[in-house]
Design a protein around this ligand. Structure first.
Ligand code: FES
Length: 134
């Protein structure tokens, strides 16, 4: 059972976030993201582009809006460069903030205690990464 206490802390990936896309959408095949790595996407719903990224850990995928809570800039300086060198965190390349992969919570850097905005993603029956809007 969910209580008010349960809703405290960082947001749950998959329950919030609005990249502006109004329908489920296939982003890529799971095999297109190396295990422990990430991939960025820019989607356009006709009302402007929306940038997000997906981190893969084995068969789990975690999606976030590509905007750092510190200054709102994209996290990656290099294409798909979202993960720290040790593979343990999401890294903002601008000022080095580190975020937990599983929930986007910032554990180090100028926005410590803040969180990335989650985007609901999942694998479908064909091992494709799908952005869920429903
Ligand atoms: S913009 Fe990400 S840590 Fe400053």
């Amino acid at each position: 059972m969910t209580t008010a206490e349960d809703s405290k802390g960082p947001p749950d990936p998959g329950t919030t976030g609005d990249p502006g896309i109004k329908a489920d959408r296939v982003l890529c095949d799971l095999d297109e993201i190396e295990d422990g790595e990430a991939k960025g996407f820019v989607l356009d719903d006709g009302q402007g582009a929306n940038s997000l990224f997906v981190v893969r850990e084995d068969r789990e995928v975690y999606g976030y809006v590509n905007a750092c809570p510190h200054m709102g800039t994209p996290l990656d300086c290099q294409p798909d460069g979202f993960v720290s060198p040790d593979g343990g965190y999401i890294l903002c390349s601008t000022h080095g903030a580190l975020f937990e992969i599983e929930d986007g919570f910032c554990v180090s850097g100028p926005c410590a205690g803040a969180s990335l905005e989650p985007v609901k993603v999942a694998l479908d029956a064909d091992d494709r990464v799908v952005l869920r809007r429903s």
